[in-house]
Design a protein around this ligand. Structure first.
Ligand code: APR
Length: 250
């Protein structure tokens, strides 16, 4: 693995425009379970029954009680881990410009450094279905489920449910940065949900080096990634940053 760490550090040091695509795996070490694989949320709940916009509109109480309340408690406690901090360090070193994240936990913003594109929205805000009023999630009173706005409308999280469109700005900006980068770090994603999983394909097609960090291979590993650094995001990012700081000292 050390030679791959050294290879990744050299590829990143040589790159002029690095973009990262992250998924739930980068937040696992912050106590937020992934959706798929070991301990995955979708191993317990059917996403179409709890995470689609149809399911929410049909039975907001069920979705609030089973999925959203639990997500709120987990995300409220979560803090950035070495994976998020490692990407922030790359940004401080001027080696990473943009993070396209599928995560809604806001941990990249807390870690700071790069532009963050929230491909699937975020959990930090809720919006009234009737009047559109937005409230910070922390201000939502969960004593009554589903929580309601002053106008009587139901609050929904500003996440993108299955069956909803990716916000056009996010999609356009993600395609733009993916087509312009010369290296892409793909961290902690099963690369199974489109169109997010297509961003590395766009980058690859434009000649970028695709560096994957994951505890398991993904559908990208054989076809798209130049190589897979197999391990936890925190531990691998620590090793890459240490190697880059060594290169800069020389
Ligand atoms: N470090 C790195 N990778 C990890 C770690 C870790 N500590 N733990 C798990 N992983 C990897 C898993 O091997 C898996 O490939 O992270 C990936 C998590 O995959 P998913 O749970 O499918 O998460 P993600 O790819 O972000 O899902 C995409 O699906 O349900 C929707 O909207 C949801 O944004 C989500 C989208």
């Amino acid at each position: 693995m050390l030679d791959l760490i050294q290879r990744a550090a050299k590829d990143l040091a040589r790159a002029k425009n690095v973009v990262a695509l992250t998924g739930a795996g980068i937040s696992v070490e912050s106590g937020i379970p992934p959706f798929r694989g070991k301990g995955g949320v979708w191993e317990k709940f059917d996403p179409m029954e709890y995470a689609s916009i149809e399911a929410f509109m049909a039975d907001p109480v069920k979705v609030w009680n089973v999925l959203i309340r639990e997500m709120k408690e987990i995300i409220d406690r979560a803090r950035p881990n070495d994976g998020h901090m490692g990407l922030a360090r790359l940004a401080q070193m001027g080696m990473l410009k943009t993070i396209i994240t599928q995560n809604v936990d806001g941990l990249h913003q807390l870690a700071g450094g790069a532009e963050v594109i929230e491909f699937h929205g975020n959990f930090a805000w809720h919006r009234c279905l009737d009047c559109g009023e937005k409230r910070r999630t922390g201000e939502i009173d969960l004593a009554v489920i589903p929580p309601r706005c002053r106008c009587g409308g139901i609050y929904r999280p500003e996440v993108i449910f299955f069956g909803e469109m990716i916000p056009s700005y996010c999609l356009m900006r993600s395609k733009q940065v993916s087509s312009q980068c010369d290296a892409m770090l793909v961290v902690g994603t099963s690369a199974t949900v489109q169109p997010a999983a297509y961003m590395p394909v766009i980058a690859k097609r434009n000649g970028a080096t695709i560096i994957e960090i994951n505890t398991e291979p993904s559908p990208l590993t054989r076809e798209i990634s130049d190589y897979l650094l197999r391990g936890g995001a925190g531990e691998v990012m620590n090793a890459i940053v240490a190697e880059l700081e060594e290169i800069r000292r020389q």
